[in-house]
Design a binder for this molecule. Structure first.
Ligand SMILES: Cc1cc2nc3c(=O)[nH]c(=O)nc-3n(C[C@H](O)[C@H](O)[C@H](O)COP(=O)(O)O)c2cc1C
Length: 309
C-alpha cells in the first residue's frame, strides 16, 4: 500500500505522526524511534513565554488510559526558535514538522505565529484551542463560537502557512464547531484533544492530580475520537488529522475510515516509545492483507448505517 499523503500542500511520506505533548521537541525520542521514518511530528505546545506548568502529580494512569494536567509546560517562543526548531530542521529530512501553538489570549497565539513565521523547516501550525481564555473567565477558545472564530481569524490574518485547528472532543456539536473553525480560516482540523477528567485517590479522598482536574487520553478515548472525526468530516471539506487512543494499525484504520487523512500517536508512546513505528508497520500489513493500493482509498471509506448523531 502506498502510504504517502499530500496534505496542506506538503507530502507526508506516510500518515503516522507523533502527537503534541507526547514526543517533546523530537530530540527526546531521537535514537529510540526512527523519527525520520514517520510521517511527521507535532511539537510540544509553544507559548509566547516559557511556562513551568502545573504542580505535581501531573499524570496518572487508570485502566483505560491516563489523566494529565501538564499545564502546557514548555520552553517558550524564544528558546523554541533558537534551539528546538533548528535541531528538528537539521535532523529531519523526510518527516514533516507541525508546530503546536497555545496561549491564554488571542494576542498570545498571534505573538507566537508572528515570531515563527519567518523561520523555515516546518509545514504549518497546529493551534491548540482547548486552552482557557483568561480574558473570558477561562472559557476554552473552542467552547464558544465567537472566541474560536476570533482566535483562528486573528492567526489567519498573520500567516499564509497551513493552519490546523485542534479541537477538544467535549463540544455539544462537533459539526458546527468544525464549520466555525473552517469559516474563520482553518486549512485543516486535528481531532481530538484530551477529554476533561477527574480521579480521586480513594484512600485519602483527594484528587490524584496536583492541579485537581486534567485531560483524559489513551485507549478509552478512541471511539470519541473516531466519532468526532466522522462528524467533522461530514460537515467540512478540509483535511483532518485523527488522534486519540491509537495503539495499533487497526486503531489508525478506524480514524482513516472515519475520514482522517493523517493520524497521530500520543499516549501510546509513553508505554512503548516505538509505538508509532509499530502502528506504521501494522498499517502496512493491513494494506497488504486487504490488497489496498493507496492509503487514500481508506479515507472516509467507513459506512455508518442509520447513525447521524
Ligand atoms: C502528557 C500529555 C501532554 C499533552 N500536551 C499537549 C499539548 O501541549 N498540546 C496539545 O495540543 N495537545 C496535547 N496533548 C494531547 C495529545 O496531543 C492528544 O491530542 C491526546 O492525548 C489524545 O491522543 P492519545 O490518546 O493518543 O494520547 C497532550 C497529551 C498528553 C497525554
Amino acid at each position: 500500500m502506498n502510504l504517502a499523503q499530500t496534505v496542506f500542500g506538503a507530502e507526508f511520506q506516510n500518515p503516522v505522526l507523533l502527537a503534541s505533548g507526547t514526543a517533546g521537541y523530537g530530540r527526546e525520542l531521537d535514537g529510540v524511534v526512527e523519527l525520520d521514518a514517520l510521517g511527521g511530528i507535532v511539537t510540544k505546545a509553544v507559548t509566547l513565554e516559557p511556562r513551568s506548568g502545573n504542580p505535581p502529580l501531573r499524570a496518572a494512569e487508570y485502566w483505560a488510559g491516563m489523566l494529565n494536567s501538564i499545564g502546557l509546560a514548555n520552553v517558550g517562543l524564544d528558546a523554541f526558535r533558537a534551539g528546538k526548531l533548528p535541531w528538528l530542521r537539521q535532523r529531519l529530512r523526510h518527516a514533516r514538522i507541525l508546530v503546536n501553538v497555545a496561549g491564554s489570549t488571542v494576542a498570545d497565539y498571534v505573538g507566537v505565529v508572528d515570531g515563527l513565521d519567518g523561520e523555515d523547516g516546518f509545514v504549518g501550525y497546529e493551534l491548540n484551542v482547548s486552552c482557557p481564555n483568561v480574558k473570558e473567565g477561562g472559557a476554552a477558545f473552542c467552547a464558544r463560537a465567537d472566541l474560536l472564530a476570533e482566535v483562528v481569524g486573528a492567526v489567519r490574518r498573520r500567516t499564509a502557512r497551513p493552519l490546523v485547528v485542534k479541537l477538544a472532543p467535549n463540544l455539544p456539536d462537533m459539526a458546527a464547531t468544525a464549520r466555525v473553525a473552517v469559516d474563520a480560516g482553518a486549512d485543516g482540523l486535528t481531532l481530538i484533544n484530551t477529554f476533561p477528567g477527574l480521579l480521586f485517590d480513594v484512600d485519602d479522598r483527594r484528587a490524584v492530580l496536583g492541579a485537581g482536574t486534567g485531560g483524559v487520553s489513551g485507549p478509552g478515548v478512541l471511539p470519541m475520537g473516531v466519532y468526532s472525526v466522522w462528524r467533522a468530516s461530514q460537515a467540512v471539506d478540509v483535511p483532518i488529522i485523527g488522534v486519540g487512543g491509537i495503539r495499533s494499525g487497526d486503531d489508525a484504520v478506524q480514524y482513516l475510515l472515519a475520514g482522517a487523512d493523517l493520524v497521530q500517536i500520543g499516549t501510546a508512546t509513553f508505554g512503548d516509545p516505538r509505538a508509532a513505528e509499530r502502528v506504521l508497520n501494522e498499517l502496512r500489513r493491513y494494506g497488504r492483507r486487504h490488497r489496498i493500493d493507496h492509503v487514500r482509498e481508506l479515507v472516509g471509506a467507513g459506512t455508518v448505517h442509520g447513525g447521524n448523531h
